[in-house]
Design a protein around this ligand. Structure first.
Ligand code: HEM
Length: 220
């Protein structure tokens, strides 16, 4: 893969995913969530404020809480991102250049795991100084990050779709929906860290003249 470009559908999907996902993450952090406050219960009362966004609460008891524009955009952009990730996962079943799931999960094979170990041992000292090895010297770490980004994106999509159908604006959430919402909130932290590492790695590679953007840009 090191000398090849990603297949055209992967490159186009990457641009769409990058735009939609970064916008979605920004909206998700800034929006108000419409929710009906549950009566305080001794066991769970500390969890909800710890994970939930600043809520947009019920003004009149019994009336539905009005959804904010930010929340509505988040819902529909979320369904779009989930569909794009689904298409990417379908492409992972093909042998298009750079597309197959094996490229995204080096840890799943013994050879991939030893390549990962080798890269970590030989490249760690450089990473600490902000220097990244050329892609020709191995890409198992980078591909693992790509795989983990898509895996966390998938978890965000699945939990988001459940919330889309299960989130109530007229009553406190059920315990199941609270659990799904907490998973959605915890996984987004990991996804943001992975994307931060991904974008930082791209900047460092480009500065070192590795021209990796040429492999993923959507135009020919
Ligand atoms: C400013 C934002 C971004 C830039 C500049 C960027 C850049 C890149 C580059 C240069 C590659 C190719 C790496 C290589 O040569 O091996 C790549 C691959 C990849 N990026 Fe990004 N990326 C960005 C945002 C994102 C986002 C938001 C996602 C979330 C889905 C993402 C997921 C991936 C994945 C999964 C791959 C591997 C290609 C694939 O298997 O689909 N990137 N990115």
């Amino acid at each position: 893969m090191s000398d090849q470009r990603f297949a055209k559908p992967i490159r186009m999907l990457h641009s769409l995913l990058a735009i939609c996902m970064l916008t979605q993450l920004a909206i998700g952090e800034l929006m108000d969530v419409p929710e009906v406050e549950a009566p305080p219960s001794a066991g769970l009362s500390w969890i909800v404020p710890a994970f939930a966004h600043e809520g947009h609460h019920q003004a009149i008891p019994g009336a539905p809480v009005e959804a904010t524009l930010g929340f509505e955009v988040h819902e529909f952009l979320g369904l779009t991102v989930a569909a794009l990730i689904l298409i990417r996962l379908l492409l992972a079943m093909t042998s298009l250049p750079g597309a197959n799931w094996r490229e995204l999960t080096p840890w799943a094979s013994a050879a991939g795991r030893s390549q990962l170990g080798l890269e970590i041992r030989t490249q760690m000292a450089g990473w600490k100084q902000g220097k990244l090895a050329s892609p020709e010297d191995g890409e198992a770490v980078a591909r693992s990050v790509h795989g983990l980004i898509l895996l966390s994106g998938l978890i965000m999509g699945v939990t988001g779709v459940i919330l889309f159908f299960g989130w109530s604006t007229t009553a406190p959430q059920t315990e199941l929906i609270e659990l799904v919402a907490s998973t959605h909130e915890v996984v987004v932290g990991g996804l943001e860290a992975l994307l931060g590492a991904h974008i930082l790695a791209v900047i460092l590679h480009q500065r070192q003249g590795h021209h990796i953007l040429d492999r993923i840009k959507p135009t020919d």
